[in-house]
Ligand binder design. Structure first.
Ligand code: G4P
Length: 528
């Protein structure tokens, strides 16, 4: 393999969590370990502030700042780690889903007090679609959380994920005494600290019956730990790395991000077991990560909100070969050769022009409207990467043109905004109504604002009573056409002309599914 050394030292991952579970705090601690930032607070300042949730301009402004931290690259123990940021705000969930197509593994943060929350569930569904390997970090052990066995059971049941504890906590809240590392059999005592972990707080305990354990944590807790560990050993045994890599089993760590406790154990294990970039499926063949020729895909597009500069940054994930500055690559969808004179890499907090990039890396490309999500660049071959899905929106509104003189601008604007992935566009069969679908309400404000300021097109929205879009396929073309004609009010074409059924409610949807066995209803659609 030509680029074996580069590939084998890269680990590309994302941290996912329900808002407030501690993603930003954990990110910051990881960057501190990697030496990518010197002070705590550097990442935090880029987080979308809670009080800004109703002010989309403020959120967009902050998102603008966060472009620089979209990918945080740092080195640790000889590995080059690309940490892809995912917006925590639920209205930007689609952005997060797409980012998950560009990572090789994830760390899932769970709040020990709140357990599995809404966003956690949905994010895990996306991970499961790709069998993404997951490491779980149970955070906020310094707070009175759920019983740890109950919590593990809740996570296993709700997320349909088998867990494998790697560390085990001694109590929680104000009685939290530390974690026992089941792998290297050492006890790390909890000391609330925002600095690094202290070697002196670690005690090797080969034999749990050793009295040193009682001396360190007291008889009661020592006995409880002995009991817990016996139970865990009996149930879980050794971690099977292959099961982790195939997304079946998730190693679990307990800790407290804000106290930088339990983070290093997790990072050290991550380095050992997390996958390096792997081969990927394309519409034509399996693409081996080790191939000499370059290939990559666009998973995210970030617009410049300044109306004077309608340029955007397209985020490219390198999948094989070597990306090079100023070299011509093949844009598969447009069937033309393109080159980039100022591609960016993202080293925490600063953007830097890069000369080259390898599988696992993410490069930021200036774009004037040539890219849409899912676009593929190669050295000439025609294929698309599969597994970059579009998800059903949750809010649907009709787009109403308020200025007939600006119809063209409106159409161009909405076409470009939907290419960026801000929203999805459906055109109703028959009526030709333009329907915009989004995950969050905020996007409608964003669209209205951007259409006006960037394209001089005025629009308003009329709420529609749909709750889900399902993509339809069938081996029986006639049946599909009949269905679409019969259900005209609920039928539309997506931007690429694929037929979609817009359901008013779960009941309607289930009824149609059972009444039409020859038609398949899909809840996601591949981008290409
Ligand atoms: P997010 O990115 O997942 O949304 O979460 P974030 O890291 O911002 O953390 C959310 C809140 O939880 C923050 O408090 C943070 O300090 C706190 N937190 C993170 N890890 C721990 C932990 O291990 N223990 C405890 N007790 N709290 C933790 P905040 O009050 O919202 O913000 P701040 O004022 O502390 O910045």
């Amino acid at each position: 393999m030509k680029f074996e050394k580069e590939i084998n030292r890269r680990k590309t991952f994302a941290i996912i969590s329900h808002p407030d579970a501690g993603k930003t705090t954990l990110t910051e601690k990881l960057l501190l370990f990697g030496g990518a930032i010197q002070t705590a607070g550097a990442v935090k300042s880029n987080k979308i502030k809670k009080h800004a949730t109703s002010d989309f301009m403020e959120i967009e402004r902050q998102r603008g700042i966060s472009v620089a931290t979209s990918v945080m690259t740092f080195e640790y123990e000889g590995f080059l780690i690309n940490l892809l940021d995912t917006p925590g705000h639920k209205d930007f969930a689609e952005d997060t889903y797409r980012t998950l197509t560009a990572v090789d593994s994830v760390i899932l943060v769970i709040d020990s007090v709140n357990g599995v929350e809404d966003q956690t569930r949905r994010l895990m569904e996306v991970c499961r679609m790709r069998d993404t390997p997951v490491i779980v970090f149970v955070n906020k052990m310094d707070r009175d959380g759920k019983n740890r066995f109950d919590l593990l059971e809740e996570v296993e049941n709700e997320l349909q994920l088998s867990l494998h504890p790697m560390t085990w906590p001694i109590n929680s809240g104000k009685d939290f005494k530390g974690v026992y590392n089941l792998d290297n059999k050492s006890l790390r005592l909890f000391a609330a600290s925002t600095k690094g972990e202290d070697e002196e707080d670690t005690v090797a305990i080969e034999d749990l019956n050793d009295a040193v354990l009682d001396a360190k944590v007291g008889d009661r807790d020592a006995n409880q730990l002995r009991e817990d560990v016996e139970l865990i050993d009996g149930v879980y045994g050794e971690l099977n790395k292959a099961d982790y890599l195939s997304g079946k089993v998730a190693p679990v760590f307990f800790g407290s991000a804000v106290n930088n406790f339990g983070v290093q154990e997790m990072l050290d294990t991550f380095i050992k077991i997390a996958p390096v970039p792997r081969s990927r499926e394309t519409t034509k063949r399996t693409l081996s990560v080790g191939e000499d020729k370059f290939s990559g895909f666009i998973f995210k597009i970030h617009a410049n909100l300044d109306p004077k500069h309608r340029d955007r940054i397209a985020f490219l994930r390198v999948c094989s070969g070597k990306f090079e500055r100023n070299k011509y690559f093949h844009h598969v969808r447009l069937d033309k050769d393109v080159r980039f004179s100022n591609p960016y890499s993202f080293l925490a907090r600063s953007k830097e022009v890069v000369e080259d990039a390898f599988p696992g890396d993410v490069v930021g490309l200036f774009d004037t409207g040539n890219f849409k999500i899912g676009d593929t660049l190669t050295e000439g071959e025609d294929f698309y990467f599969t597994g970059i899905p579009t998800f059903s929106p949750e809010i649907f509104k009709e787009l109403v043109n308020k200025d007939p003189m600006k119809t063209k601008q409106l159409e161009k604007g909405i076409s470009q905004l939907t290419d960026e992935g801000v929203a999805q566009l459906f055109t109703q069969f028959g009526g030709n109504k333009k329907i915009i679908g989004c995950v969050g309400d905020l996007q409608f404000e964003v669209i209205q604002y951007r259409l006006l300021h960037e394209y001089s097109a005025a629009c308003e929205f009329r709420t529609l009573p749909f709750y889900k879009a399902c993509w339809l396929t069938s081996n029986d073309q006639k049946k599909l056409e009949d269905f679409l004609r019969f259900k005209q009010q609920n039928s539309a074409a997506d931007k690429d002309g694929n037929p979609v059924y817009l359901a008013q409610s779960e009941w309607f949807l289930n009824t149609e599914i059972s009444n039409n066995p020859d038609i398949q209803f899909h809840f996601t659609n591949e981008v290409q």
